[in-house]
Design a protein around this ligand. Structure first.
Ligand code: GLU
Length: 445
């Protein structure tokens, strides 16, 4: 029987150089200590050792031909982490920073996130070090087709259901689905989620992660006698999560004053014009610096991290992992921040999270707060299985209920283990218990 510290040091030895994976596991294991002290049977049955070892890891070559006729080679990944409560489920990330450690951290987080949704989905994640920036539509299509030509062997509606993540949106899912359908010679809509509405996608999926983040925050604020109305918000990122978080925050009477991309951030004291952001990012696929051409009174600054020096009531990191380090956390607190809502996966370092908690800041942790996307993915799978589609209102209502329930589960677990208000630990514990109990009931597999 190993202690959590032994499991962690063993994990670091067995998975060298995968710092993001180590970070994600450390954060979870430390918060589980009170649960393990009360319920030693989780330690006695090797649940933790099994949880941190993926069920299956697939790494493959993705060759494709660029527009100049040159052969390019990328690396593809799919980590099928845990299937205790349902088929593996999680997105695909296409970004040059992708390597095994990133996909494993994301897959590990996904186990707990998916468990928290209360829906029957296991944890998985995949992607490639392919950089979609500056690629033509044709190049993106050929890459996706090559990627699926290997991936199809490992996925299926009851096996593993990928979706989007950074660099993978509706366009990429369309190309991936087209190739899967062609290879399989059958229409298995439920093999991917985030599909287009014309071929089995769900209304509300595009909005789900950003909207879900705000639904979670609203519930957290309600319980803590605080409200979104009139608050100033900074949002890092300008992709799908950031855009829809901004939209829902604005609908709730908050003022979003800054957003960024990987090059720099814009500050608009009158409130960000979201239509302009959508035009630049979703249609033109250009830099956020273009914003000041439309709104000359707004300011653009190079360097994305500068966004954390902007004074705000609520900060929503919706870009990528390790966006807020301890120094940024200190800056935010000096400027009076009250609430942190993690829209991206693991956007705060463990040191930053610890600091926020010490200072009494309300933190909506990513595994819980950004679970809206995968929740509506699971609703998309249900609709595909039933061969029908629900209207937007029905999906949105279900999403709101799911996010409120995730908050309640995190809140209750935190209270039960003596950490009231620590929703980070609460989410980890609630997510863990469902998966761990399912694993126990299924024997040593
Ligand atoms: N990539 C998203 C996430 O991090 C969504 C996954 C999905 O819809 O399967 O949860």
């Amino acid at each position: 029987m190993s202690t959590t510290k032994e499991i962690l040091s063993n994990l670091k030895e067995r998975n060298p150089g995968e710092s993001e994976f180590h970070q994600a596991v450390e954060e979870v294991l430390l918060s589980l200590e009170p649960v393990l002290a009360k319920n030693p049977h989780y330690l006695n049955t090797g649940i933790l050792e099994r949880l941190v070892e993926p069920e299956r890891q697939i790494i493959f070559r993705v060759p494709w031909v660029d527009d100049h006729g040159n052969v390019q080679v990328n690396r593809g990944f799919r980590i099928q982490f845990n299937s205790a409560i349902g088929p593996y489920k999680g997105g695909l990330r296409f970004h040059p920073s992708v390597y095994l450690g990133i996909i494993k951290f994301l897959g590990f987080e996904q186990i707990f996130k998916n468990s928290l949704t209360g829906l029957p989905i296991g944890g998985g994640k995949g992607g490639s070090d392919f950089d979609p920036k500056g690629k033509s539509d044709g190049e993106i299509m050929r890459f996706c087709q090559s990627f699926m030509t290997e991936l199809y062997k490992h996925v299926g509606p009851d096996i593993d259901v990928p979706a989007g993540d950074i660099g993978v949106g509706g366009r990429e899912i369309g190309y991936l689905f087209g190739q899967y359908k062609r290879i399989k010679n059958g229409y298995q809509g439920g093999v991917l989620t985030g599909k287009g509405l014309s071929y089995g996608g769900s209304l509300g999926r595009k909005e789900a992660t950003g909207y879900g983040l705000i639904y979670f925050i609203k519930e957290m604020l309600r319980v803590n006698n605080y409200t979104l109305t009139g608050k100033t918000i900074t949002i890092s990122g300008s992709g799908n999560v950031a855009i829809h978080a901004c939209e829902k925050a604005q609908q709730n009477g908050a003022k979003v004053i800054a957003m960024c991309d990987s090059k720099g951030y814009i500050y608009d004291e009158n409130g960000i014009n979201l239509d302009t952001i959508k035009q630049i990012k979703e249609i033109e696929r250009k830099r956020i610096s273009e914003y000041i051409k439309y709104h000359p009174k707004a300011k653009y600054n190079e360097g994305q991290k500068g966004i954390w020096s902007v004074k705000c009531d609520i900060a929503l990191p919706c870009a990528t992992q390790n966006d807020i380090h301890l120094e940024h956390a200190k800056q935010l607190i000096n400027n009076g921040v009250q609430v942190i809502g993690e829209g991206a996966n693991m956007p705060c370092t463990n040191e930053a999270l610890k600091f926020f908690l010490e200072k009494g800041i309300l933190v909506a942790p990513s595994k819980a707060a950004n679970a809206g996307g995968v929740s509506v993915s699971a609703l998309e799978m249900s609709q595909n299985s039933m061969r029908l589609s629900w209207d937007f209102e029905k999906v949105d209502e279900k999403l709101q209920n799911i996010m409120i329930n995730i908050f309640k589960a995190s809140d209750n677990a935190a209270k039960e283990y003596g950490m009231e208000g620590n929703y980070i630990a609460g989410a980890n514990i609630a997510g863990f218990l469902r998966v761990a109990n399912a694993m126990l009931e299924q024997g040593v597999v």
